[in-house]
Design a protein around this ligand. Structure first.
Ligand code: ZN
Length: 283
């Protein structure tokens, strides 16, 4: 009952706000050289990965999904441009870079569409997952093949509260417990944290630091079902932008699908001449 109710409330909030309601003034991030984890890509491909029949990540794979092929992302920088490690965790909405790259993130974990796994296996577009325990615990396993493709699983709290209305100790519980749960389920300790709705305060920073994540990640654009919501007036992607998308549940998708929503987003990225890089290589 509790879980169901939480899910319903959450869907309502997501519909109303796109999980993007008023974020605290995002500032681009501070400093410290990074030697963080780089997820090891692996595959459980059905068509001999790397073999002659494997078109994953190629122009053919993009054409199959009716997306203009993207350039390959540049090599990961030797020093991460967003430094972390000392002081309060930086709050990051975009990455300082001149390259035409953006970063794709999927939140919550409501939709668990097997076709999305196929799509991402074929396209090899990197992305980051910010997952909430209440929303994923019906099927933790769904996210494992996505992780095995080299995509990191990061912390998005235990129950998706508005952290601004929570005490510091309640925030700590939400963040630290999810840190432990994700480590237990997926074998890796989250390195990044995203506050639900983009709502955070100084207690959040204190709690994040105590729990382990190195940075608070917000966003510059939010992918709706069909259109992109831009924060800037020019309604364009800028180098280094972080894009928010969701594993949207069927009640929100209403007739479209997770793969179609994702294809729409990737088309907008590709059509503006951008390609997708891996967030964890930069923070
Ligand atoms: Zn969320």
């Amino acid at each position: 009952m509790r879980r169901k109710a939480a899910g319903l409330i959450l869907s309502g909030l997501l519909l109303a706000t796109g999980c993007s309601a008023g974020s605290s003034s995002p500032n681009a991030a501070p400093t410290a050289s990074g030697t963080g984890p780089s997820a090891a890509p692996s595959s459980d491909g059905s068509t001999a990965p790397g073999g002659p029949d494997d078109t994953s990540g190629t122009a053919d794979a993009f054409r199959k999904w009716k997306i203009k092929p993207m350039a390959q992302a540049p090599a990961a920088p030797k020093t991460k441009p967003v430094r972390t490690g000392s002081g309060a965790p930086p709050v990051v909405s975009d990455i300082p870079t001149r390259e035409k790259i953006v970063f794709v993130t999927f939140d919550d974990g409501a939709e668990k569409d097997p076709k999305f796994v196929t799509m991402m296996r074929e396209l090899k577009v990197p992305f980051t997952m910010f997952l909430t325990d209440d929303i994923i615990r019906s099927d933790y396993g769904y996210f494992k093949p996505l992780q095995e493709l080299g995509n990191a699983i990061q912390n998005h709290t235990l129950s998706h509260p508005n952290l601004r209305t929570e005490s510091e100790s309640a925030q700590r519980h939400e963040i630290c417990t999810q840190q432990t749960k994700l480590k237990a389920e997926y074998g890796t300790t989250p390195h990044l944290f995203r506050p639900p709705y983009g709502n955070w305060n100084e207690d959040t920073r204190t709690a994040v630091k105590a729990c382990g994540p190195q940075a608070i990640i917000l966003w510059r654009e939010s992918m709706q079902i069909k259109g992109m919501q831009y924060q800037r007036g020019d309604k364009k992607l800028h180098p280094g932008d972080i894009i928010l998308a969701h594993f949207r549940g069927p009640s929100e998708l209403k007739g479209t699908s997770m793969t179609e929503m994702t294809a729409n987003m990737l088309r907008m990225i590709s059509d503006q001449g951008f390609t997708v890089a891996r967030l964890e290589d930069y923070v």
